[in-house]
Design a protein around this ligand. Structure first.
Ligand code: OGA
Ligand code: MN
Length: 291
């Protein structure tokens, strides 16, 4: 069995000819997964697999091929603030949705990721891949934009690369809690230190060896050893640089897309330009400590 590949901008690939729920189990599953994973990495960290029909367990099984998941047995949970949005039967599944149920309760986190960020970068071991399955999409709007942080790094001057290569940045869930979450939903325990960490500003990809910028407006508070005021212009420059159209791909969802993105080398932004129902489910693969 061979898969078909089509480039998505400069940073991704569209895969057809595979049924994730069926073809990845059994004897040939490992080879096929190897091909898919390789295509994903070679393309630059984004992959869409169209027309998939998977249940929650199949979503989890596929995701575990990339690595352990947040909320797997013996693995850390996501931050407590999002616990209320997890699937009641499958805690590995984080629901992203603006829909409310018959009782008026949210069916997921509304407005998730409507800012530039890399998932869970505030942990010592942040997200590797995030795997988002589109179950219901609005008739228009609700795209997700990705920024290629490896291409953005490559395009910096030698002087900037040399300077950044010696610097670390502090990532803190409190940055997002203060700006992106309604106050009553934020759980205080999320400020106890587990959601704060220091990462190199330039990280080297564990599989491809490519360097990427690893700072994001959503979670990065400041450059280690610099004041907030000193950090601001440098970080703002990097964000402006990395979000130039040349480094972006905008994904217009189709129902039953599975999108896999590599948080080690991409930032993303959920465009909040729709009111109709949108319902998606995400698993999150735990990555290595950035170096
Ligand atoms: C996410 C996220 C993007 C979207 O699930 O991590 O940022 O378009 N969502 O819903
Ligand atoms: Mn996200």
């Amino acid at each position: 069995m061979t898969i078909q590949k089509k480039p998505l901008g400069t940073l991704g690939v569209e895969i057809t000819g595979v049924d994730v729920g069926r073809d990845l189990s059994g004897g040939n599953g490992d080879n096929l997964f190897g091909d898919i994973r390789q295509a994903w990495q070679e393309a630059g960290g984004l992959m869409v697999i169209r027309d998939q029909s998977i249940d929650q367990q199949q979503h989890i099984d596929f995701s575990r091929r990339f690595g352990p998941l947040f909320h797997d047995d013996g693995q850390p949970p996501l931050q407590d603030t999002v616990s209320r949005y997890l699937h009641p039967d499958y805690p590995q599944i984080y629901r992203v949705s603006n829909k409310v149920d018959a009782k008026g309760e949210p069916t997921g986190r509304k407005g998730a990721g409507t800012y530039w960020h890399s998932d869970v970068s505030f942990r010592d071991r942040p997200a590797q891949a995030s795997i988002l399955y589109a179950i219901q999409i609005p008739p228009y709007g609700g795209d997700t934009i990705f920024a290629d942080m490896a291409a953005a790094y490559d395009a910096l001057s030698g002087g900037m690369k040399a300077m950044l290569g010696n610097l670390n940045a502090v990532h803190d869930f409190a940055v997002a809690a203060a700006t992106q979450y309604a106050k009553p939903v934020v759980i205080d325990k999320d400020f106890d230190g587990a959601n704060q960490c220091v990462h190199p500003i330039v990280r080297t990809h564990a599989d491809t060896g490519r360097k990427s910028l690893y700072v994001n407006p959503g979670f990065t508070s400041h450059i280690e050893g610099f004041t907030a005021e000193e950090s601001r212009p440098i970080l703002d420059h990097l964000y402006k640089h990395a979000t130039q159209p040349e480094f972006l791909y905008r994904h217009a969802w189709q129902p039953h897309d599975i999108l896999v993105w590599d948080n080690r080398t991409l930032m993303h932004y959920a465009v909040s330009d729709y009111a109709a129902d949108r319902y998606m489910e995400r698993t999150t693969v735990i990555g290595e400590r950035p170096v």
